[in-house]
Design a protein around this ligand. Structure first.
Ligand SMILES: NC(=O)c1ccc[n+]([C@@H]2O[C@H](COP(=O)([O-])OP(=O)(O)OC[C@H]3O[C@@H](n4cnc5c(N)ncnc54)[C@H](O)[C@@H]3O)[C@@H](O)[C@H]2O)c1
Length: 251
């Protein structure tokens, strides 16, 4: 049995996730962090959890009980500080929060290695979105040009989305064009933010007399949960940073 702490437990993802963790056999929700709900009972969020008070910071949460893995769904402005706190206390951290820079990723990789811990950053836990990225990588080798359109709800903080950035990077690497990574004219990303949307992405390829469109739609936040369960199984099996979910290793 592994003890889980959800960082950002009062947010849209944190609430769905806290309930989901309570439904899993091998994992127990033992702590939750959210400054806006500090001191409240976890039962306000996850009815099935054993009762505990929500902590106001990751440090406080880690000190409150024994935690094996932290899962973070917070905001780009706080996630790196949360991760540093976890790694310094030798706790594995799985991050769904998007918008972490490459510089911070490198810093976190080094810190995790120094503390012999695992950190995984997964910009999109939806299995269909991961397949979309894999298919886009294959298509990029055969089609001349491509553009990415990512569409999200209007409260999403970061732009472009982590999924779009990761898709573009994978397509560039698949075609040996890593040097063009920062040139936004190569595989441009278009961002749409509108109420009513959840998380959607299209990769449109164009070539002589034809186009190919690969599209993924997230209809609700439950879509992310199976991917999180898959990632949890991999936590602690490696040292340092992994970016993206390896869906092949579970099959
Ligand atoms: N990887 C994925 O598959 C995936 C899926 C959906 C959303 N996301 C990302 O997850 C993040 C959260 O999304 P959301 O829609 O739940 O946002 P949200 O704004 O609804 O929730 C974020 C929560 O974090 C809390 N918070 C703020 N500072 C904190 C701190 N220092 N420590 C702990 N908690 C803190 C806030 O009070 C809030 O309740 C975003 O970056 C979003 O892009 C990723």
């Amino acid at each position: 049995m592994k003890n889980i702490m959800v960082s950002g437990c009062g947010g849209k993802m944190g609430r769905t996730l806290s309930n989901y963790i309570c439904s899993l056999a091998y994992y127990k929700l033992v702590a939750g962090v959210d400054p806006k709900l500090a001191g409240h009972s976890i039962k306000e969020i996850a009815a099935t959890a054993d009762d505990f008070k929500i902590s106001g910071s990751v440090k406080e949460g880690l000190n409150s009980t024994k935690v094996d893995i932290v899962i973070d769904f917070t905001a780009p402005s706080v996630v790196v500080g949360n991760a540093v706190e976890c790694l310094n206390s030798k706790t594995n951290i799985l991050i769904g929060t998007t918008g972490i820079s490459y510089e911070d990723q490198n810093m976190l990789d080094e810190l995790a290695k120094k503390n012999n811990t695992s950190i995984m950053i997964v910009p999109n836990f939806a299995i269909g979105a991961i397949l979309m990225m894999n298919f886009a990588k294959i298509a990029a080798k055969f089609m001349k040009s491509a553009e990415i359109i990512e569409l999200h709800h209007d409260t999403k903080v970061d732009k472009p989305s982590g999924t779009a950035i990761k898709t573009r990077k994978a397509m560039l690497e698949a075609t040996g064009r890593t040097s063009e990574e920062k040139n936004s004219d190569v595989i441009p990303i278009h961002s749409v933010r509108l109420p009513g949307l959840v998380a959607h992405q299209e990769v449109i390829f164009g070539d002589l007399g034809q186009t190919l469109t690969i599209r993924h739609d997230t209809c609700n936040r439950d879509s992310f949960m199976p991917g999180i369960a898959m990632a949890l199984k991999q936590m602690g099996t490696f040292t340092g940073l992994r970016v993206g979910l390896d869906i092949d290793s579970n099959h």
